[in-house]
Design a protein around this ligand. Sequence first.
Ligand SMILES: Nc1ncnc2c1ncn2[C@@H]1O[C@H](COP(=O)(O)OP(=O)(O)OP(=O)(O)O)[C@@H](O)[C@H]1O
Length: 270
Amino acid sequence: MKGYGEEILRMEDIVKTFDLGGGKKLTASDHVTVSLHKGETLGIVGESGSGKSTLAKILTRLYTMDSGRILLHGKDMTALKGEEFRQARKNIQMVFQDPSTAFDPKQRVRDIICEPLRNYGLIGKEKVDEKAREMLRLVDLPEDFADRYPNSMSGGQRQRIAVARALVLKPEIIICDEATSALDMSVQKTVIELLHRLQLETGVAYFFICHDLALANMFCDNIVVMQHGRVVEKIKDLSEAKDPYSRKLLASVFTIEEGKNKVLPDELFG
Ligand SMILES: Nc1ncnc2c1ncn2[C@@H]1O[C@H](COP(=O)(O)OP(=O)(O)OP(=O)(O)O)[C@@H](O)[C@H]1O
């Protein structure tokens, strides 16, 4: 089993409440604290509406939190503004469930992959093709995909492009928000294996939001179980779950086997 290193990110005491109108409020994140280490895969599981994506959106500032702190290498990101925040944010990239909505259909793959570098002024036009080809090789796609448009590729191939784009800035953290949920089982397996290999090669940490408990259990080093915006428990293996909610969640899905196997078995993917 692989190991992981020092703490790189800590979301501390995060509170986010939505105003639903008519005096109604919903606490989507209720004093949540989670931390992520170098090279770690941290699973965030819980039923729909438990607050998993809200955490990711707070982390990327798509949502503003009501209170709490986000520490990146011990430095409070919450206080950062403008260019300082933009530079810190470079370190945290995202892969979404459906990359087709995240890609501009009129952009070629080379430009999609290199867009983050362009946004940060880190690449000249003449280097885009070479860099895109390097990233395509990294995610096991043919180099000539650089010429293609996203609509001419399969879901699994598009997700590899999304992974290539997320990695191009060499971030320490990638948020995978249901990144493999829309894929067929066999394709899901290959994308998970890719994420696993890239982690071993680069030391990237994954914040792995996933409703599939069996997959989370197999792929993640640690798992945070959420319910109603709260962390119910944090465990290494779902077989250790003690909280009644986690047990109920598990019982509704699969029988947990003892131990943990980091080699992804074919059975998991049907
Ligand atoms: N912009 C918003 N306005 C109002 N309520 C919101 C908003 N975003 C999320 N919520 C609510 O906050 C709660 C948590 O939502 P969140 O998307 O974080 O859940 P989730 O665990 O990721 O769910 P799923 O697995 O279905 O994606 C839900 O009840 C949701 O309806």
